[in-house]
Design a protein. Structure first.
Lengths: 298, 298
């Protein structure tokens, strides 16, 4: 679905994803298997790809940024495992395979999520230890990790997940809907882009552009996802569809209808392209991602 | 139960615990309440106290270490919330109050735990941003946070929790039992002590002593806890007792009997005191904690 650059970044992430797992004891094999299972079950790796692309865009070295890209994907993966739990969204399928808790049990799924979230920070902090003789790089890394922590946490993704759950079955205002999307989905996307910008040592202009761009495509990404939930079929999605709708969750198509949602997605795409326009060819990777948004499959 | 120094450290932790919660939006009030609920429900604050004491012992400034002490208590608190979940230990009571999931629901309890774990790293990383002009202090902080991440994660506490769950109803060897305790309980205690030593800029001698000391009291702490589960009453414990025994979990008294467990606890106390002996009065705080171990209440 994406271009060569995308695939190159994705390939790098895919090939290093498991290698960054902390070495764990034989006694924890089940934990290891459970974490590995969800890390290996595919996905577009959008967040780490964006981090690596932002780092490139700002002139950074790709290998220096890699641990942070991996960390972001660990965080995204943990969030999917916990979201799928019976007490949360209660989804049996994820990316075309049984959800983590269906394979390893609920207890192990909770712990695999906890393990991945912890591992994400372990990876970043361990990496920082290697840069004690390069203070400027060390600072960039601290900034990047701080940004990722914010996006993942209770002012970001976790807050969005709470709002999403609380919206179920409720009449929900447009502002609340935007709050959910900005946090549940956009926050970690924005953090990935900002982290990449920090790692690459980008200018304020680039950092600001990537931040706005991230918010816009984050919202678009969620609307596209909700649209697929309405008209997608289970095969394309790799998970059961129509569930959010059935649960009367607070979604854009749910409130405004499919047509309005498609129009909003279109508008967001245009806006994202506009934000990156000043950078001309340099920003092309990001405009391409934005234009692909409305055509995406899961 | 502990001395004046202990209470001074504990007081400092208690009075700053909520103040370190990231400011979150009104829309996330339930999340905030759920996190606050478990942070405020008492507890001895052993881990942050040990961190602060280790930092003092190594000559550090207490205010510089505080965010890391708070972070460790956030991590401990998240682990209790997740441990109590129906799919895990299924405990309705914690510290004399209904468990988090009994008050806020299972979904919110999962998210409150996720939020606290993320917040712990957010607190440490935000603190690092303040030390960009003091590279030596920044490095100490990175080392401390790295240590805490390791102790909390899938090579530490999470691994221990997995082993603990897997031990249920199984015949379990002494080595496996020790593996559970070393990870489930001792790991975060050791990390707290090591983090304090790093923050305080301690010598290798002090760091090594605190590490060994932490392993020993960590094991002791768990045996004392398991003993209370056997003969404690629910009122003293603030939670239901006899449950681990009923579930035939892998515990020291469960395998070797109560008397052997008491003897082992005694031996560990002696060992902990021996480890700190070379430091004479300087190490008194730690020897006192060790001798209190066998007399502890929850």
């Amino acid at each position: 679905m994406f271009n060569e650059d995308y695939l190159r970044y994705k390939e790098l992430v895919d090939s290093h994803l498991l290698g960054f797992l902390p070495e764990i004891d034989q006694q924890s094999e089940t934990l290891y298997e459970a974490m590995k299972y969800s890390l290996s079950s595919g996905g577009k790796r959008l967040r780490p790809v964006l981090l690596l692309a932002a780092n490139d865009f700002c002139g950074g070295d790709i290998n220096t940024a890699l641990p942070y890209a991996i960390a972001v994907e660990y965080i995204h993966t943990y969030s999917l495992i916990h979201d799928d739990l019976p007490c949360m969204d209660d989804d049996d399928m994820r990316r075309g395979k049984p959800a983590n808790h269906k394979v390893f049990g609920e207890d192990m799924a909770v712990l695999a999520g906890d393990g991945l979230l912890s591992a994400a920070f372990e990876i970043m902090l361990r990496d920082m230890l290697l840069y004690f003789d390069a203070p400027d790089k060390l600072k960039r890394k601290v900034r990047a990790a701080n940004e990722i922590a914010k996006g993942a946490g209770c002012r970001g993704m976790v807050a969005g997940q709470v709002a999403d759950i609380e919206s179920q079955g409720r009449q929900c205002a447009k502002e609340y809907l935007e709050y959910i999307h900005l946090n549940k989905t956009a926050a970690l996307i924005v953090s990935s882009l900002k982290a990449g910008a920090y790692l690459g040592g980008g200018t304020k202009e680039k950092l600001d552009a990537l931040t706005s761009y991230g918010e816009v495509i984050g919202l678009g990404f969620q609307i596209a996802d909700d649209l697929l939930d309405v008209y997608g079929d289970a095969e394309t999605m790799g998970k059961n569809t129509g569930k959010d709708y059935a649960r009367s969750k607070c979604t854009f198509p749910g409130i405004f209808g499919v047509e309005a949602a498609e129009q909003r997605l279109e508008d967001l795409t245009v806006k994202a392209v506009e934000i990156m326009e000043p950078f001309q060819e340099e920003g092309e990777f990001f405009t391409q991602i934005a234009t692909q948004l409305s055509k995406r499959d899961k």
